[in-house]
Design a binder for this molecule. Structure first.
Ligand code: ADP
Length: 409
């Protein structure tokens, strides 16, 4: 300690350097650097003091706490920490805090520490902490910078053990997935069963039938099998891991061709329900798309199938194919029905997998149709969305990049 001229005591740190003269063999000069460390001392005192002050609170908290100096060295820990992580306060004091984190989390800690120093409150992060026995615990970590006089004084690290919670979440997720799969399998079984029963009945009716009837029945059977096959292909496509795994087979073809084929395939279904399907194309048939024809046809089948299913008996479905008005270079397919429509709050979620609007549809549909449509249209660089029509029913739109043979708008 120095005493200043005006009688104040200040804490100093002295570093002395001596210069040796090799010629005379003597120390010729000695230099002493005196640094005023009063502030630092005060700070250390305050830290000790606050440590005392917070000790009670500190020890009685149910989460693990570490008090660190601004370099990340441990100054104090609470009792809970000793229980959860097992580091005894005397052995860990003065040690580097990041050393109890796994290596990649040390980098994260360094970044967060930097942000705390800059006065930003960093977000809660999940880290892997190594306990005294070398086991890994998953913990949520908060870093709180305690400031005094605009300067960072010390840090409090708050760690919450979420290891059990994580294991529980994983189990829940598994159970949910299993449930979803269960639900999905029964839906799929149901969707497959009816057309197969239909096919069997038609085959039975062939016995002793006239050539005319036979021909019609055979055409029906081919159509039904094609729809079934399409359904199975959708499921296979949806269960690919990613778009990258989805082998799209591109070619240029008139959009109207794919739509036409879809309409033809669902003709019987529409007739059964007395739904009138109108198809209108804004131009001649030359509007070409560059797309995977089989899959685009499946998209149209799914949308038309829904439009028919959710229509009232005797309703109308209007399909139009035009150049997209708001998107030059794109074609737009729109399908409108006069059915039950979609509750507005559900509009954003109907494209999610296994989504079903109400319990009443529980008996039909896999809930994959729209998800499949979105997946395929996205993979083509297009967009699919749904709206409710002002008067009644829903409308679904698909935009797709126009192919080379298409006229610009
Ligand atoms: P699903 O196999 O159940 O038809 P989708 O993915 O095709 O599955 O559709 C998801 C949900 O969106 C349906 O269960 C239905 O509630 C709603 N939906 C789809 N299309 C229409 C439509 N044209 N009118 C009213 N609701 C529809």
């Amino acid at each position: 300690q120095f005493i200043t001229k005006d009688g104040r005591r200040i804490d100093v740190e002295i570093t002395a350097t001596a210069f040796y003269d090799p010629v005379s063999g003597e120390f010729v000069r000695t230099r002493a650097f005196v640094r005023d460390i009063t502030e630092r001392k005060k700070l250390e005192g305050a830290i000790r003091e606050s440590e005392e002050k917070y000790k009670n609170l500190f020890d009685n908290l149910t989460d693990s706490l570490f008090m660190l100096d601004t370099d990340g060295r441990v100054m104090a820990v609470n009792r809970k920490q000793e229980e959860v992580l097992g580091y005894l306060r005397d052995s860990i004091r003065g040690g580097d805090f990041p050393l109890i984190l796994v290596e990649e989390d040390r980098r994260i800690f360094a970044e967060l520490l930097e942000r705390t120093r800059e006065g930003v409150n960093p977000p809660t992060v999940e880290v892997e902490v190594i306990n005294r026995d070398g086991d890994l615990l998953t913990m949520e970590m908060d870093i709180i910078g305690i400031r005094r006089n605009e300067k960072m004084d010390f840090l409090v690290i708050h760690l919450r053990d979420v290891t059990n919670q994580k294991a529980l979440e994983e189990q829940l997720l598994k159970a949910e997935r299993f449930n979803a799969l269960n639900h999905f399998s029964s839906m799929l079984a149901h969707d497959l069963r009816n057309p197969i029963i239909g096919i069997r009945q038609r085959l039975k009716s062939l016995q002793g039938a006239s050539p005319d009837v036979t021909n019609r029945v055979l055409t029906d059977i081919v159509t039904s099998s094609e729809l079934l096959l399409g359904l199975i292909n959708d499921v296979l496509d949806v269960y690919q891991n990613s778009y990258a795994d989805l082998p799209l087979i591109f070619s240029s073809f008139p959009l109207i061709e794919a739509v036409d084929e879809a309409v033809k395939l669902l003709q019987i279904e529409a007739e059964d329900k007395k739904v009138q399907v109108n198809f209108h194309c804004c131009r001649d048939g030359s509007m070409e798309v560059y797309a995977d024809k089989r899959r685009m046809k499946r998209v149209f089948i799914n949308l038309l199938d829904n439009a028919i299913q959710y229509s009232d008996t005797g309703g109308r479905v209007n399909i139009t194919c035009c150049h997209a008005e708001e998107k030059p270079g794109y074609l737009q397919f729109t399908i409108e029905d006069e059915g039950i429509g979609i509750p507005p709050e559900r509009l954003p979620s109907i494209f999610e997998p296994l989504y079903k609007v109400g319990k009443q549809e529980i008996k039909r549909g896999t809930g994959l149709g729209l998800y499949f449509c979105k997946m395929i249209v996205d993979a083509h660089g297009g967009r699919v969305w749904a709206e409710n029509r002002p008067d009644k029913g829903a409308s679904f739109c698909v935009t797709l990049p126009a192919g080379e043979g298409s006229h610009a708008h």
